[in-house]
Design a protein around this ligand. Structure first.
Ligand code: P6P
Length: 334
C-alpha cells in the first residue's frame, strides 16, 4: 500500500508554482494543519474526556460557548501565534483582533477563522468543522490593525476547512482549484483523496432551514416553493433536500456531489441581515465554491466583492451550483 500524496508534499509542490515563494506560506499551512489534527482528536474523544457540553462562557456573538469551542479556539491561537508568519488573527470567538505576543516577529499573513463551526451539533454527534481564511497583511512585519482584516473575499490567498465527520478531512484552495485530503490517523498525515473537486452547474439537491420560510424575502420563498413543487411545478422535476445545520458539512456535501446552500436574509432579527459571518464563513466558503466552478452570492451581489465593514459582520449566503445561484439572483432582480 502506498501512502499517496500527503498534504505536506502537496503544499510544497504547489509552492513551486510561485517562484518568488519564501516558504512562509507553506509553513503557515503546515502549522494550521497540526491544529486541525489536534482539534479533530478532541472532537472525536469528546464524550470520553468530558469535553462535551457548555463552557458556561459567552462570546462576542452572544452565544454560549461549548467546551470544544474554547478548546478549538485556543488550539489555533496557540498553534499559530508563535510562528512568525502572522501579523494578527481574527476568530469568531474573539471580540477583536488577536495580537501576536511580544517578542514574536510579525509575519506577512492574516489568519481569520471559525474554530468550530456548527458546535451546537457536537453534543448530538453531528459533523462539525473549522473554517479558515488567509489574507496578505497590508503592512508585513507590523501588528495588524482592525481595518487590515476588512478586505473583500476576492483578496484571499487561501481558504479552506477541516471537517470532523466520518473522517477528519482538510479541504483548501490557494486559487488553483480545490483539493481534499483525508487524515490517515495511524500515520498522522492528511492524504490527497479528493483532487480538483468540482461542482456541477445544475443540481436537484438544496440545503436550507425550512423553518424560517415565513421570514424570507419573496424571491427566496418563490425559489424554494418552486423546488418543493417538484415535477408538478415550473421546474418540472423533483428536488431533494438536505440540511445538516453545520455549514462545513453542508458545503462539503455540495463540493462532493453538487447542490445549492441557502442561509438567506430573513426578518427574524432586523439587526442581522443573515446568520452567517462574512469574514470567516461566507468569504472562505465562497472562495472554495467559486474555485470549484460554483457561485456565491447574497442574492444581490457576489459575496467575494463585498467590502467588509466589521469583523463579525453577517451576510445572506446563497452558494453552490452556478445556474441555481444565478436563478435566485434573477428572482431578486425581477
Ligand atoms: P440553523 C451553525 O450554528 C451555523 O453557523 C452554520 O454552521 C449552519 O449552516 C447554520 O448556523 C445553521 O443554522 O438556524 O439552521 O441552526
Amino acid at each position: 500500500m502506498q501512502i499517496g500524496t500527503t498534504l505536506s508534499q502537496f503544499i510544497i509542490e504547489e509552492t513551486r508554482l510561485y517562484p518568488e515563494a519564501s516558504g512562509d506560506f507553506a509553513a503557515l499551512l503546515n502549522d494550521l494543519m497540526v491544529a486541525c489534527k489536534f482539534i479533530g482528536s478532541q472532537v472525536y474523544r469528546g464524550a470520553l474526556v468530558g469535553a462535551l457540553g457548555s463552557a458556561d462562557t459567552g462570546n462576542v456573538q452572544g452565544e454560549v460557548q461549548k467546551k470544544l469551542d474554547v478548546i478549538a479556539n485556543n488550539a489555533i491561537l496557540k498553534s499559530m501565534d508563535w510562528t512568525g508568519h502572522l501579523a494578527g488573527m481574527v476568530s469568531e470567538e474573539e471580540d477583536g483582533p488577536y495580537e501576536i505576543p511580544a517578542g514574536i516577529p510579525r509575519g506577512k499573513y492574516l489568519l481569520l477563522f471559525d474554530p468550530l463551526d456548527g458546535s451546537s451539533n457536537i453534543d448530538v454527534g453531528i459533523s462539525v468543522g473549522t473554517i479558515f481564511s488567509i489574507l496578505k497583511a497590508p503592512t508585513a512585519g507590523e501588528n495588524a490593525k482592525l481595518e487590515d482584516f476588512l478586505q473583500p473575499g476576492a483578496q484571499q490567498v487561501c481558504a479552506g476547512y477541516a471537517l470532523y465527520g466520518s473522517s477528519n478531512m482538510l479541504v483548501y484552495s490557494t486559487g488553483f482549484g480545490v483539493n481534499g485530503f483525508t487524515l490517515l490517523p495511524e500515520v498522522g498525515e492528511y492524504v490527497l483523496t479528493h483532487p480538483q473537486m468540482r461542482i456541477p452547474e445544475d443540481t436537484s439537491e438544496y440545503a436550507i432551514n425550512m423553518s424560517n420560510h415565513r421570514h424570507w424575502e419573496a424571491p427566496v420563498r418563490r425559489y424554494i416553493d418552486e423546488l418543493n413543487a417538484g415535477k408538478e411545478g415550473p421546474r418540472e422535476r423533483d428536488f431533494n433536500m438536505r440540511w445538516v445545520g453545520s455549514m462545513v458539512a453542508d458545503v462539503h456535501r455540495i463540493l462532493c456531489r453538487g447542490g445549492i446552500f441557502l442561509y438567506p436574509f430573513d426578518t427574524k432579527d432586523p439587526k442581522k441581515p443573515g446568520k452567517l459571518r462574512l469574514l470567516y464563513e461566507a468569504n472562505p466558503m465562497g472562495f472554495l465554491i467559486e474555485q470549484a466552478g460554483g457561485a456565491a452570492s447574497t442574492g444581490r451581489e457576489r459575496i467575494l466583492d463585498i467590502q467588509p465593514e466589521g469583523l463579525h459582520q453577517r451576510v445572506p449566503v446563497i452558494l453552490g451550483a452556478k445556474n441555481e445561484v444565478e436563478r435566485v439572483t434573477q428572482y431578486h432582480q425581477s
